[in-house]
Design a protein. Structure first.
Length: 463
């Protein structure tokens, strides 16, 4: 048993070898064979273990055992690190073991030397982590989540695990999924007087959450600044490359927040610092994803990091859009906000990301703070970015219990939300960022379905 533990402890991930080893070191690696080149005396195996977008070369002696190895096989090798003629590290293996056969000729859908379109790859969700750019996206996604968590922790925020099941429709748009037991017998067993049978489990209608905002606000009234990074669900009949039925939302609530420009300054500072961190610790994966998505147009520098972001009022933005309406394929409607085409135009017009602030109250939800100077407006913001358009939405929250309770759109069952303001309420503000859209912004990936492990969208919920 001791021997087994010592052997496994010496296995290194390929991504760590260059950073932690030097020529002459003895180590073991494991991975999938991506390519094989056979010469007279040696066989060269390019392997990958999922830790990096780069392959690692094994040099193994050619014999009857190694001759049987094929692409897709999983191997374990032990040997000595050396420097290859191209300057990269390689492993001169003393021992190679076949851990599992790849069976790529037995129905595996991806040819090792062929580039497959994303639409085809999506048909095999259970296998697509074997595709190099999907694996890179998942590593980048992991690093981005960690960067968000680290930033918020360093700035004193408390992470809240907001519920997936809720009685709230935070956005008030009715784009919710119902949640109830599938067993009619269970619902009958739990039936109670004056409660519809389909609601008998919770005694009310329950939905999959569209946002954790209201729960964050409840926690912030006792904890201070809070945040969550959690799944959200929208029942939209949309085939857009920017929308999913299930996605992840990064949301934050800040207490004692009384100015919208203070909220926008925090968002700009946070996104810039997190992105710079990713450029530092995930440059290889980020560049790999960009080049796969954009080809020669890849821009690892992300110029929006280097410029001050701009602010327009909604009225100023609308004036710009109306003055250029002949450039748009989409209709300009002052009562419905801006289309993605128009959002991207505003970004290009300003030469930088844009905060659009002070929105018409009729376009925004009940919880946004009404302007005391102009009651037809609310202190709300949308952040527009290159490539993706709207990335973030936020607002100051209405802190006046009486005004909130009298709002025509507030749901009847949210008395608790109004009550928060009664017992030591403080001014708050908050925002939400679509996490997958942020990844699209970084990588230039056109379809949001390729930056999440298991995409769910209309007519597709596989696995």
């Amino acid at each position: 048993m001791l021997f087994i533990k010592r052997f496994h402890s010496s296995i290194q991930r390929i991504a760590h070898i260059v950073r932690a080893n030097k020529p002459g070191d003895e180590l073991s690696v494991q991975g999938w064979i991506k390519n094989i080149r056979r010469l007279k005396n040696n066989i060269f195996l390019d392997i990958n273990d999922g830790s990096t977008c780069n392959r690692f070369q094994l040099v193994v002696p050619r014999n009857a055992q190694t001759q049987k190895l094929t692409s897709g096989d999983v191997v374990s090798a032990m040997g000595q690190v050396q420097v290859a003629p191209n300057g990269h590290y390689e492993l001169h293996a003393k021992e190679v073991k076949s851990v599992a056969a790849g069976h790529l000729q037995d129905g595996f859908p991806f040819s090792p030397k062929q580039t497959h379109p994303p639409e085809y790859v999506r048909e095999y969700l259970h296998l697509r982590s074997r595709i190099d750019y999907i694996a890179a996206q998942m590593r980048l996604r992991h690093r981005a989540q960690k960067a968000f968590h680290d930033y918020m922790d360093e700035h004193g925020f408390v992470q809240i695990n907001t519920p997936i099941l809720t009685t709230n429709d935070c956005e008030g748009a009715g784009e919710v999924f119902r949640a109830q037991p599938d067993s009619d017998n269970l619902l009958k067993q739990m039936a109670r007087p004056n409660v519809p049978q389909d609601q008998s489990y919770f005694d009310s209608k329950v939905f999959l959450t569209v946002s954790g905002q209201l729960h964050l606000e409840a926690m912030s009234y006792g904890l201070g600044n809070t945040y969550t990074l959690a799944p959200a669900f929208r029942a939209e009949n949309s085939k857009s490359p920017l929308h999913l039925a299930e996605f992840y939302m990064f949301e934050a609530e800040l207490v004692h927040m009384e100015r919208l420009d203070s909220l926008s300054a925090f968002i700009e500072r946070m996104l810039k610092e997190i992105t710079k961190q990713l450029l530092s610790n995930s440059a290889a994966d980020l560049e790999f994803c960009q080049r796969k998505a954009q080809g020669n147009e890849a821009n690892l520098e992300l110029t929006w990091l280097k410029v001050p972001w701009q602010t327009l009022t909604y009225d100023e933005a609308l004036t710009i859009i109306l003055a250029n309406r002949e450039h748009f394929k989409t209709a300009v409607n002052a009562d419905e906000g801006f289309s993605k085409e128009q959002e991207l135009f505003l970004v290009a017009h300003c030469g930088a990301p844009v905060f659009v602030v002070d929105w018409p109250a009729k376009q925004k939800p009940f919880y946004m703070k009404i302007s005391r100077e102009n009651p037809t407006q609310v202190h709300a913001l949308d952040l527009l970015m290159p490539t993706v358009g709207e990335l973030c939405g936020g607002s100051l929250r209405e802190s006046d219990a009486q005004l909130l309770s009298q709002h025509s759109q507030i749901p009847k069952h949210l008395a608790w939300y109004v009550e928060l303001r009664k017992y030591g309420g403080v001014p708050t503000g908050g925002f939400g960022i679509g996490f997958e859209r942020y990844l699209q912004l970084l990588t230039g990936v056109k379809n949001i379905r390729d930056v999440i492990p298991f995409p769910r969208y209309p007519h597709s919920c596989k696995m």
